[in-house]
Write a protein that binds this ligand. Structure first.
Ligand SMILES: [Zn+2]
Ligand SMILES: [Zn+2]
Ligand SMILES: [Zn+2]
Ligand SMILES: [Zn+2]
Ligand SMILES: [Zn+2]
Ligand SMILES: [Zn+2]
Length: 467
């Protein structure tokens, strides 16, 4: 009876000490109990450096799996016998675990007939590294095939995965219980209401981060779901995003992420139809057939497939691509090749060189804005698209009734400039034609056919309807 009371008092005392943590359990009926000995580094800021020769791995952890002390209190404890016990560990070997069993025996010998559990727990908590001379910075954990040195020692299996998972869980538990000041709103909040970015360990409160992520996702800015700390590049994990923004917004985020990933894959183009946007692999340099909506489009300009017709990609876009490809660093070029595919880049380079030629000989009609090219001929132009007359030099629209007055009147800014800029050979040819034309015109000013014939000689044609 005396022993039973002593036992109950001891159990109550231990329970009260470790109440907060879920590491002690006792079964009143069976008189059996468990104590999980937490293993943290001597200096809490310096992690254990663990060597796993079996996996050829080295890793750092702040928490090692606990050593488990299981015990059964005999009726005559503590007056006669010590508790029966066994020790198990995932990271101590047979030899060391055996030494610990013997040390517990020793402690009982030194303190017999008084409650020993707390003494044992204190020893296991505080002294095992010293007692076993284990270096926390070179802790070797390997498969132990040695024969048991003590029947009460149990070595459990261990792996890097297990160590990492345990450490991650423990760090999370610790984080959730700690207070942090949010760098955005400067409120002090419990870790469980905060988000910690993985690489930089910057902490912000969930309320601030939810709003921040949601606005970035709505803007389609999924690549920039990073730490809001200035110049910090740490990315939020998708799981962190999900826990904050909820299913609906996360779906949008997820599809944007996928799109981004696919965009960076070789030769994948998105169907330009707003309600489709299916990923398409081009069949040749530019031909894309959407498997979903059957849209057939050009990989470069994303417009309806135009065969051998010139591509409608804007000259600005095309030039930018070529500019980066020609002058960009290796990384920029690689990104470009990933995005458009090597063949398409080469095609773009070819297209721009002909486009440069086109642009030096092309101007926009002042009325309809169509691109017009002037290969030779005088400066009085006729737009092939809208049939208006305009001056190649000043781009003024000219009188339909008397377009040449622009070059004949002394007060005109293009006085006597009908042939300015025209090559000598062209000029002579054109002059002759004009002379003939003028004569014909004298005969019949209203002759439409003659007028058309005259315009043909200008070799004006529409090029790229880029607007
Ligand atoms: Zn905040
Ligand atoms: Zn950061
Ligand atoms: Zn489609
Ligand atoms: Zn195109
Ligand atoms: Zn026009
Ligand atoms: Zn002019």
């Amino acid at each position: 009876m005396e022993d039973k009371t002593t036992q109950d008092d001891e159990i109550t005392a231990i329970k009260s000490i470790y109440e907060e943590e879920d590491i002690f359990a006792f079964d009143e009926e069976k008189r059996t109990g468990k104590f999980f000995v937490k293993i943290i580094p001597l200096n809490e800021t310096i992690p254990f450096n663990v060597n796993l020769p079996d996996e050829k791995l080295e890793l750092k952890v702040f928490n090692l799996p606990p050593i488990l002390l299981e015990f059964k209190l005999p009726d005559n404890y503590p007056s006669v016998n010590p508790p029966d016990f066994k020790l198990s560990s995932r990271w101590l070997n047979n030899s060391n675990l055996g030494k610990l069993c013997q040390k517990l025996d020793e402690l009982w010998e030194q303190n017999s007939q008084i409650p020993i559990l707390f003494t044992w727990i204190s020893f296991l908590n505080d002294e095992i590294f010293d007692y076993l001379s284990i270096d926390q910075q070179n802790l070797i954990i390997e498969n132990d095939n040695s024969i048991k040195t003590d029947a009460r020692a149990f070595v459990e299996t261990c792996s890097s995965k297990l160590l990492i998972n345990y450490d991650t869980d423990q760090q999370e538990i610790k984080f959730n219980k700690s207070y942090f000041q949010c760098f955005v709103c400067f409120c002090d909040k419990l870790g469980k209401d905060c988000l910690k970015f993985n690489k930089c360990n910057h902490v912000f409160c969930n309320d601030c981060m939810r709003g921040y992520f949601e606005s970035l996702i709505f803007d389609g800015n999924v690549k920039k779901l990073n730490c809001p700390q200035e110049k910090c590049e740490s990315q939020a994990l998708p799981s962190q995003v999900l826990s904050l923004v909820g299913e609906e917004i996360f779906k949008r985020y997820d599809s944007l992420l996928l799109k981004d990933a696919l965009n960076n894959m070789l030769d994948i183009v998105y169907c330009p139809r707003a309600n489709c946007q299916c990923a398409v692999i081009p069949e040749d340099t530019t031909l894309c057939r959407c498997p979903d909506c059957k849209n057939v489009f050009c990989a470069l300009c994303r417009q309806t497939y135009h065969g051998i017709e010139p591509c409608k990609i804007t000259s600005h876009e095309l030039k930018e691509i070529v500019e980066i490809y020609k002058n960009g660093d290796a990384e920029a070029r690689e990104k470009l090749v990933l995005k458009y595919g090597e063949r398409r880049i080469k095609q773009a380079v070819e297209e721009t060189s002909s486009m440069n030629l086109i642009e030096s000989t092309s101007k926009k009609c002042p009325q309809c804005r169509s691109w017009m090219q002037k290969l030779d001929g005088c400066n009085k132009m006729t737009c092939s698209k809208c049939n208006c007359y305009f001056c190649w030099l000043c781009l003024d629209q000219l009188s339909k009734a008397d377009p040449y007055s622009h070059y004949n009147r002394e007060n005109s800014k293009c006085f006597e400039k009908l042939f300015e800029g025209v090559y000598q050979n062209d000029r002579e040819a054109a002059n002759e034609n004009h002379f003939n034309q003028d004569q014909e015109s004298d005969e019949d000013d209203e002759d439409e056919d003659d007028e058309d014939e005259f315009e043909d000689e200008h070799i004006i044609f529409e090029l790229l309807d880029r607007l």
